[in-house]
Design a protein around this ligand. Structure first.
Ligand code: KG4
Ligand code: ZN
Length: 377
């Protein structure tokens, strides 16, 4: 379908022009993404408004403040995304909004806004699983489509996933305690570096000595495929406590040593998965490794993943840092991929604070293992 104004780029190639909305955590985001007929993607606009300032005082995300902040800016942000995309609502073919997992208040703001626009304009609607959007981003950035093996590393999740198809996912490994992003954030908080911690820890680590503190590499060499980070978190806390007044150099060394431990722990688990699961994957998936989610923006972790992938004859595919962290372009793209397969959601699609990828059937509203009621957990 081609409903975009003829003066916007590549009008003849256009398949789906989608407005995406993301409000699952502390970033309000709106984006316009085009899926071309050949299956490639084009980002027309990608607006992200971070709530860092609102939450800074509390050292973490406060759900009620997050929901209110989404509500205050979302309509302006959507207008800005349409303006920057050079397109009005009349040029949009479908609406996609994050339905979960995430904070219930924020999810309801974005989901309700998406449904309202879809209803008013009589457009198809897609209720998007945020994890699926991370998982499919490489389709937008480099036209890479499932199947592939994937590492999802974000603030709430650390998982190895066999991505079979849009809507078809098997979780092979997960974290037994904290997510990788969570330990970056907790380490940063401990060292007084602000929130979110990942980018600042990475910046400080550049000046530090990664060999100064011998932090544990949790799960190293273990047969079970899972991750664990709480022991590392405790070790960093003890090391920091052992320094009477950590200097800037001490903090840099702590960050560098911590980051090296996370990178090595992740690399070991990925290497283990490549060795243990490759024979269970379709031949194509056993050659292609994707990393996504906020922590995949970390340059030192990306380098480590490259080494592991090469050693196991996989190619590595990671979105650019801006599309690893939360954004609405990935939500719009997941919507476009679903629309292209003829998959849409009803306007009664619920917000799902918990929504594991395994439970995602081809149509999120027909998921059997998740109740259709809205639940607060
Ligand atoms: O994917 P994301 O933006 O949101 C979730 O879905 O959770 O991931 C956010 C997480 C935060 O914990 C943040 O500290 C971490 O990703 N992160 C990083 C970096 N940039 C963001 N961690 C390490 N290095 C980074 N450069
Ligand atoms: Zn995310």
């Amino acid at each position: 379908m081609t409903t975009c104004p003829p003066d916007t780029p590549d009008a003849a190639d256009r398949d789906w022009m989608v407005l995406g909305i993301e409000t699952s955590c502390d970033e309000t985001a709106a984006a316009v993404v085009c899926r071309r007929r050949d299956g490639t993607g084009l980002i027309l606009s990608n607006m992200v408004r971070s709530q860092i300032a609102e939450h800074a005082l509390y050292g973490g995300v406060v759900p009620e403040i997050a929901a209110r902040a989404h509500l205050e800016v979302l309509d302006h942000l959507i207008e800005a995304a349409l303006r920057e995309g050079g397109i009005g609502l009349e040029g949009i073919d479908g609406i996609a909004a994050t339905a979960g997992p995430g904070l219930i208040g924020g999810l309801l703001v974005g989901l309700t806004m998406g449904k309202a626009i879809a209803a008013a304009r009589r457009l198809p609607f897609a209720a998007i699983n945020h994890l699926e959007a991370h998982a499919l981003t490489v389709g937008l950035t480099e036209a890479l489509r499932p199947p592939y093996l994937m590492l999802l590393v974000s603030g709430g999740h650390t998982q190895l996933i066999a991505v079979h198809a849009v809507g078809g996912y098997d979780t092979l490994a997960t974290t037994l305690d904290d997510a990788a992003g969570e330990v970056f954030d907790k380490t940063a908080k401990l060292l007084g570096l602000g929130f979110p911690g990942g980018p600042e820890v990475e910046r400080r680590a550049l000046q530090g000595d990664a060999a100064r503190f011998a932090f544990p590499r949790p799960m190293l060499g273990r047969e079970e495929p899972h991750f664990s980070f709480s022991g590392l978190k405790t070790a960093v806390r003890h090391a920091a406590a052992s320094l009477a007044r950590p200097s800037e150099d001490d903090i840099a060394d702590l960050c560098a040593s911590f980051q090296a431990a996370v990178a090595e722990a992740i690399a070991d688990r990925v290497a283990h998965a490549m060795a243990a699961f490759s024979h269970t994957l379709p031949a194509e998936a056993a050659k292609r490794f994707v990393a996504a989610g906020g922590v995949a923006a970390n340059a030192s972790i990306r380098r480590k993943l490259m080494t592991v992938a090469e050693a196991h004859s996989y190619t590595l595919h990671v979105p650019p840092p801006k599309l690893c962290t939360d954004n609405a372009a990935m939500i719009a793209w997941a919507g476009a991929e679903r629309f292209a397969l003829g998959l849409t959601s009803g306007l009664d699609a619920p917000a799902r604070p918990r929504w594991p990828l395994n439970a995602l059937a081809a149509d999120p509203n027909k998921s059997k293992s998740e109740p259709k009621i809205m639940k607060v957990t």
